[in-house]
Structures are given as C-alpha cells and as structure tokens.
Design a protein around this ligand. Sequence first.
Ligand SMILES: *Cc1c(COP(=O)(O)O)cnc(C)c1O
Length: 361
Amino acid sequence: MRDVFNFSAGPATLPEPVLETAASEMLNWHGCGHAVMEMSHRGKEYMSIHSQAKQDLRELMGIPGDYEILFLQGGATAQFSLLPMNLATINKRVDIINTGQWSKKAITAAGDFATVNVAASSEAQRFTCVPDVADWQLDPGADYVHICVNETIGGVEYFFTPDVGKVPLVADISSTFLSRPIPVEQYDLIYGGAQKNIGPAGLTIVIASPEMIARSRDAKVPGILSLAAQAEADSMLNTPPTYAIYIAGLVFQWLKDQGGVQAIEKTNIEKAERLYSFIDQSDFFANPVKVANRSRMNVPFTLKDPALDETFLAGAGDAGLIQLKGHRSVGGMRASIYNAMPVAGVNRLVEFMQEFERTNA
Ligand SMILES: *Cc1c(COP(=O)(O)O)cnc(C)c1O
C-alpha cells in the first residue's frame, strides 16, 4: 500500500498494521456504534482501552506493580519543568548530565525551580559520547539525577544504567522507549513523549516509583501539574488524550505480537549494525559518535561534501526514502530507525547510499 519509508525523528513512522486497524475501527469501534474519538473518557468502552493500554505497557516493560503509569500531555518538554516542580522539593538541587540538545533543554527548564549542577558534560566532545561515569561530579544532596538515555538529535545512547548511589535516578527515554528492555526498577522515574516510538503526538508517558509519587504529593503544585494528583485520578483529572492513548494501545499489542521488547531489540540491533557498518566502511559517509554510545534509534551521518546534501535528499525522496534531513544543530542527515521501521527500509537506504557514493565520490 505505501512504498515510502519515513525516517522522521518524530512524529515518526507507525507500524502499518496499527494504522490499518485504526482505519478499520475508525467509524465504529468494536460494534459500539461510534468512534474512539467520540467516546466519553469516563465511559466503559474508553475505560477498557485505557486500562488495557496500561496493562500491556506494564507487561512489555516489566514495570514493577507499585510503580504508577501516567498518560499525560505537554510532551517531554512539559516534564522538563514539571519534574523539578514535583521532585526538587527537599534541597532544591538537581544533578543533570549534559549529553546533547535535549539535556540542555532539561537543564534550562530545571533552572527555574532548582539549582542545577551539570555533573558531567560531553559538550567539549561536541556531544559525541556519554561522559565516563567515573568522572561524574555528583552531589549526594541532590534531589535527583537526570539523564537523557537517548539523545535524538546527536544520536548518543546509554546502554547501561548509571549507578548514582542513593539519589533517585530520573530519565528521559522519549526516543528509546520500548526499543529494548530497560530495568525500570533501577530508575525512580522515566518519561517520554509518544511520538517517537509509541504513537501519535499528544501523549506523554511517565512511569514513577511510589517514592516519587509521595514526594510529589507534598509539593506545592496545582493538581493538573501534580504527578501524585494525576496518579490518584488514573491520569483523568481532566480529559486525557484519548485517541493518542488508543493508538499507543494498538502499538503495544503489535509489539506483543512481534515477541515483545526482547524480540524487537534483536531487529533494532540488526538495523543499526547494517547502517553503521556501511557508514564505517565508507570514505564518503561518516558518523562521529563513539561506537559504544551510538544510538540504535537515531543515526546522524554526514556526506564528505555538504554541497551534495540537497542532491542526496532529492535522490532519496525519489527512491521513497523521506525525512532524512539532519537537525540544523548537527547538519548532514539523520535516519531515525524506530521499532516501526522495517529492515527493508534500512536495506533500501543503504542501497541508495551505496549507489550515491558510487556516482558522486
Ligand atoms: C522529542 C524529544 C523531546 C521533546 O518532546 P516533546 O514531546 O516535543 O516535548 C524531549 N526529549 C527527547 C529525548 C526527545 O527525543
């Protein structure tokens, strides 16, 4: 049906079977006579969609039973402010590790509510690595430590959980959500926008330990901005983004059909290796990221001659490979190869790059 592969960083490509199911259920969901978008969020039909999505996410990620799953709005960006408002309430000091553009936004936003200690930064390395944990200057009195597990723009990913001692660990996992198993119990809070690897824009997922919910309960923030109040109301303090949650639920079911996160991780490794190994053997394309920290989800790469960028993008478009333009802060190209990108899409990209190199080198 669709012969285009979309490498957008977000909103990103979704699994075709999910879109087909959504299309077939659009007018009349499961025979109820109306659309999901038209349902009352308090009605039994929508409630079943909401609770099934939570249950499937809990199962897929192995989320401990006492952790809360919140379906919120405002994007990961809102959390950059809401997390310090809710959690930086004891000593009002937070540690943030700076690995790229999204970390920087978290640092700036947290500065409105807390004293931010940038405990480590790879800015001097132009954000091409995760700083060595042994060198992190952590503050034992920090209210939490914040990391960005996958920097969507720079293509830098943590493949380990840093040991930060007794201080709670908080992580932005927007662009690596469900791409591989994550030991949720080693984090106190993880969060991300859905539009990278889960569903449409408009849904933000927060997964929080009971300690973080308790801390939020004591914070002086309005109910709608309170993690605790949202947890107590099952994310329905006001109308939740019902359609986005429904699509996310279909994606969770699709992922279970694929064999879950362990199985999708294998495919994600295969896709990333195919692309990076091609780039590495080429004298024409390059990726600057330290091998151990290379993102499996977002692969930035440059051409030897940036004057060829526009020709590359136009040719790629003609070959059905779209949204490959890199972020303005990095330049060059970026291929986002989330869960829903088939192996065939990466193969076609590599074939196109091979041919482009042959004719332009
Ligand atoms: C996209 C992204 C964000 C911002 O998400 P919004 O939903 O647009 O607020 C934050 N962090 C990371 C790592 C991202 O990839």
